[in-house]
Design a binder for this molecule. Structure first.
Ligand code: HEM
Length: 157
């Protein structure tokens, strides 16, 4: 197996981990909220922190490193080909949204969920944050999945 094929494989494994993590995290978070059970919600939010750390962040790093190496080895001018350029901008935008909007909301929600008593006093506040998280999360997903679509389309340009 050539080095380029190995890099392409790594790039694609990272795509699977990156997009898979984003999609599955959203689903289990929303399902946990539906139980209205503080212990389940706290558990789900803590799992999000773990998968962000061990799946999302490493896969993003692998995407950047293997992507840049592939571009270099294959002489692909990634900033001159519009599809690659926009794909990269969307990828960066998804990272900015995740870091500046989604992560802080998740942090606030974990703090609220940990303080939720049997009365569920702050649950409405928690759910409002879920709504906001979902709106921004959908935009982040559009950026991340759009980035993948453009990377695939870029090959034909
Ligand atoms: C800085 C970030 C990135 C750079 C520099 C980059 C660069 C590249 C390059 C140069 C290729 C062509 C490889 C080849 O033909 O041998 C490629 C392919 C690909 N990239 Fe990226 N990439 C990045 C991020 C991403 C992200 C975030 C995704 C998905 C969310 C992604 C998905 C793909 C896919 C699916 C292919 C295969 C396309 C095909 O073979 O049809 N890449 N990338």
């Amino acid at each position: 197996m050539s080095f380029q094929v190995l890099l392409r494989l790594l790039h694609l494994f990272a795509v699977v981990a990156f997009l898979g993590d984003i999609a599955v995290t959203a689903i289990w978070r929303l399902l946990a909220d539906r139980t209205r059970e503080p212990r389940v919600i706290v558990y789900a939010l803590r799992l999000v922190l773990i998968t962000d750390k061990y799946l999302l962040m490493p896969s993003s790093l692998v995407l950047v490193v293997t992507g840049l190496l592939l571009a270099h080895l294959r002489d692909i001018p990634i900033w001159s080909i519009p599809a690659y350029a926009v794909a990269q901008i969307l990828f960066m935008l998804s990272g900015v949204l995740w870091n500046l909007v989604l992560r802080p909301i998740q942090g606030k929600q974990l703090a609220i969920a940990e303080s939720l008593g049997a009365s569920g006093e702050r649950f409405d506040e928690y759910l409002l944050l879920t709504k906001r998280w979902l709106r921004w999360g959908i935009l982040t997903m559009v950026c991340a999945f759009g980035s993948m679509a453009l990377m695939v389309l870029a090959r034909d340009t």
